[in-house]
Design a protein around this ligand. Structure first.
Ligand code: AHR
Length: 664
């Protein structure tokens, strides 16, 4: 009896086991239905904005000084003190001029010569009291980059205290003083100020290094006064007062359609004196005063308005101009009634950019070397005026809007606050009839928040103002962002691209960071560099992949069975996507982000177009989301290009933590 019972129990348990296995298999197969994306190519009606992908810039993280601006001498006008970034005029702190030193402190001495300068912009000079052989050194910006066959052009203003002409030797010397890479004697320094130029050519058989200083060595005993010491390597497209070649090349590879400048906080400045006062940034660089960046160091304004415009032109972009709108970061503002001077400055600035040579400021541009007008379609009034708690923005905005539209009706005006805030503030300040063309929205988030926001624009009002996402980033990793950030960026870009009928433009921020200790004010940036080399973060490559592969029509995509990722109590999609087509050549671009740690095999259906069998895909991926690129390992994560079999229905494998761009 006992035996029979056990046997029955065994049978029952066996049957139960089979049932459980079947149920489990059924459950798994229903959870794991293959994700599917269906591209409705015949429904691609909405236009992709022609200005969708662009760049945003300002003087932050030593972006220009010690960055893109190729000038290599730190503190070329002796206006920065070593003990603080504050301009040294009037108060000589014991620290001495930043970046400058003497090698022989017993026999030589430096001091600031107040009111003994070369012009109104540079009323202070450096007095170098020297014996024969005494040497003044400049550190550059964390070194001076010396490469085989490099050609440097430099200059300085000088005068001496001797009746007989004096001379110095300028040279590039290794930090340990053992190697002189190039030198030249500069003669005929007499008792009145004059500008002296020199050339330093580096031989071919040296090893590239940034452990180099610039030296000025006295050939006679006596006093030398110096001002505006500058040194340029070869620049992008050989422009005078030009820009660093490697960084410009990297930006070309981002295919930007616009360049938003000059900021950011840098437009506003900490106070009125230190706003971006464009009229003081044009003309001869030796006559530019320079000013403090709100990010704690001084700008020479060598990167002035024309340099920004040429930068845009040289990377194939158009300017997107921010005009100073009467509000500074310390909270000072000017009410609309007293704004005329600033409104006129903005009108003059626009004329400098797009006016014919028969206009006052167009003629000035021609005199500065660029007779052809630039093109311009967006002008932004201020920056982040949602920080202005005085409710003065509606009044200020309206003044600029009406004046600019009256003269340039085709320009689109960008507001820095949204429609709701504008309406609230307008009501409080009694300003009526405000028109909104475009709103600038800024989003600094982590990757999870980017995933959460990945449908944000799907539901925006199509009849309201257009959107310019003028600053955004997934902020993970420092100094530059990591792969996880690139995934969040790509999900967000897919959202903006799918909605680029309303999102007319967007740009990542900040663009640049000098990675030397002490140079960074803002963590998580796109492109990192030191004096001699540069690298792109995974986010940079995501930008290149997205902006370099985009059509002119938005292709609607239907998605099903998308797996999810768990964030706390919430589940968010694991896969994000966008598709566009080029109506001229028929190419279809599909972008897919896999935020999961496992690969995902998806089915892609293409409706409404005959797809040939060959596609090309670029994949950016890494094993771990925190993987990144760095100055020492610049290419750890780069896109890998391969062939992909495609058709009207095909399988596409998405690698773990990956961004895939497929061209069919
Ligand atoms: O991108 C860094 C800063 O963030 C910008 O200067 C400012 O506009 C924003 O707050």
């Amino acid at each position: 009896m006992q035996e029979i019972k056990s046997k029955n129990l065994l049978e029952i348990m066996k049957a139960l086991k089979t049932t459980i296995t079947l149920v489990a298999l059924l459950m798994i197969s229903s959870v794991m239905a293959q994700p599917k994306l269906t591209l409705k190519v015949d429904k691609a009606e909405k236009e992709v904005s022609p200005t969708l992908y662009g760049l945003m810039t300002e003087e932050i993280n030593y972006s220009y000084e010690g960055g893109l601006y190729a000038q290599l001498i730190g503190n070329s006008s002796f206006k920065e003190d070593r003990n603080g970034a504050r301009q040294a005029w009037g108060r000589w702190k014991p620290g001495g001029p930043k970046y400058w030193n003497v090698t022989d402190t017993i026999n030589s001495h430096i001091s600031l010569a107040m009111n003994d300068g070369i012009n109104r912009a540079n009323p202070v000079s450096l007095c170098f009291e020297a014996k024969v052989g005494s040497t003044l050194t400049n550190d550059g910006f964390w070194g001076i980059p010396v490469k085989p066959n490099e050609h440097f052009e430099g200059a300085f203003f000088a005068k001496g205290n001797s009746d007989a002409p004096m001379s110095v030797i300028v040279s590039l010397v290794s930090t340990d003083g053992k190697t002189v890479y190039a030198k030249q004697e500069v003669k005929n320094i007499d008792k009145s100020w004059s500008k002296h130029s020199f050339i330093l050519d580096i031989p071919g058989e040296i090893k590239a290094t940034k452990d180099v200083k610039f030296h000025i060595t006295a050939c006679q005993s006596g006093k030398y006064w110096l001002s505006r010491v500058t040194l340029f390597p070869e620049t992008f497209k050989g422009r005078k007062n030009g820009l660093r070649k490697d960084l410009m090349q990297m930006m070309c590879e981002m295919h930007p359609k616009f360049l938003r400048f000059p900021g950011g906080n840098y437009l506003e400045g900490n106070d009125f004196r230190n706003r971006f006062d464009w009229k003081r940034t044009i003309g001869d660089p030796d006559e530019r005063v320079g000013h403090m960046s709100p990010w704690g160091y001084r700008s020479s304004d060598g990167m002035g308005l024309l340099e920004f415009l040429l930068w845009a032109e040289d990377v194939g972009a158009e300017p997107l101009l921010g005009v100073f709108a009467g509000y500074t970061l310390n909270g000072d503002y000017i009410t609309a009634d007293y704004l005329d001077g600033f409104v006129n400055d903005a009108l003059d600035e626009i004329e400098y950019i797009i006016g014919g040579v028969d206009t006052k400021w167009g003629a000035q541009r021609a005199k500065d070397g660029h007779p052809e007008p630039f093109s311009l379609r967006y002008v932004e009034i201020g920056n982040e005026d949602f920080f202005d708690r005085s409710n003065s923005y509606p009044g200020r905005y309206k003044k600029f809007y009406e004046a600019i539209k009256a003269k340039y009706p085709n320009l689109q005006i960008v507001s820095t606050i949204d429609a709701k805030m504008m309406a609230d503030q307008a009501e409080k300040s009694g300003v009526k009839d405000i028109k909104l063309d475009v709103i600038d929205e800024h989003y600094y988030r982590n990757t999870e928040s980017m995933y959460r926001a990945a449908n944000q624009y799907d539901s925006y009002d199509r009849k309201g103002p257009k959107i310019f996402c003028g600053e955004w980033a997934s902020r993970e990793g420092k100094p530059t962002t990591n792969m996880n950030a690139a995934l969040g960026d790509a999900a967000w870009m897919a959202c903006m691209e799918r909605n680029s009928d309303i999102v007319v433009a967007h740009c990542y921020a900040p663009l640049f960071v000098n990675v030397n200790p002490g140079a960074m004010q803002w963590e998580s940036d796109l492109i990192g560099y030191d004096a001699i080399s540069a690298y792109g973060s995974p986010s940079y490559y995501a930008q290149c992949m997205f902006a370099g592969n985009v059509g002119d029509k938005i292709v609607p995509v239907e998605a099903s069975d998308i797996p999810t990722l768990t964030f706390g109590k919430d589940k968010l999609p694991q896969i994000y996507y966008s598709a566009t087509k080029d109506s001229k050549n028929g190419k279809i671009y599909l972008k897919v982000v896999n935020g999961g740690s496992t690969k995902s095999d998806i089915i892609v259906n293409v409706d409404g177009a005959k797809v040939k069998s060959k596609g090309i895909k670029s994949v950016l991926s890494s094993e771990k989301p925190e993987d990144t690129n760095s100055i020492d390992n610049p290419k750890k994560i780069v896109p890998i290009v391969s062939k992909q079999k495609v058709g009207n229905k095909f399988n596409l494998t998405l690698a773990p933590y990956s961004i895939t761009v497929l061209v069919m």
